[in-house]
Design a protein around this ligand. Structure first.
Ligand code: ZN
Length: 78
């Protein structure tokens, strides 16, 4: 079992997510809150933006790497 971890930006509980095999990640923890200030204000390069879809960075931590935080590039649909 992974520890309960909470997003430092919105205090939502991070949810476990299994990365795609090609990513090399195992199980990671991700903030899935679409209202998260980190996600809303993510300063990743946003390309391919269209009316329906947006790309942003979600806050994520890697349990295999001492819960080091990183940016998970993700798309979401409104
Ligand atoms: Zn968050």
């Amino acid at each position: 079992m992974l520890e309960d971890r909470y997003c430092p930006h919105c205090q939502a509980k991070l949810q476990s997510w299994i990365g795609p095999p090609e990513s090399g990640w195992g199980e990671i923890l991700v903030c899935n809150n679409n209202e998260c200030t980190f996600f809303r204000n993510s300063n990743c390069d946003i390309r391919n933006k269209d009316e329906d879809n947006s790309l942003g960075c979600r806050y994520a931590e890697d349990p295999d790497n001492g819960y080091q935080s990183f940016n998970l590039l993700a798309w979401y649909k409104f």
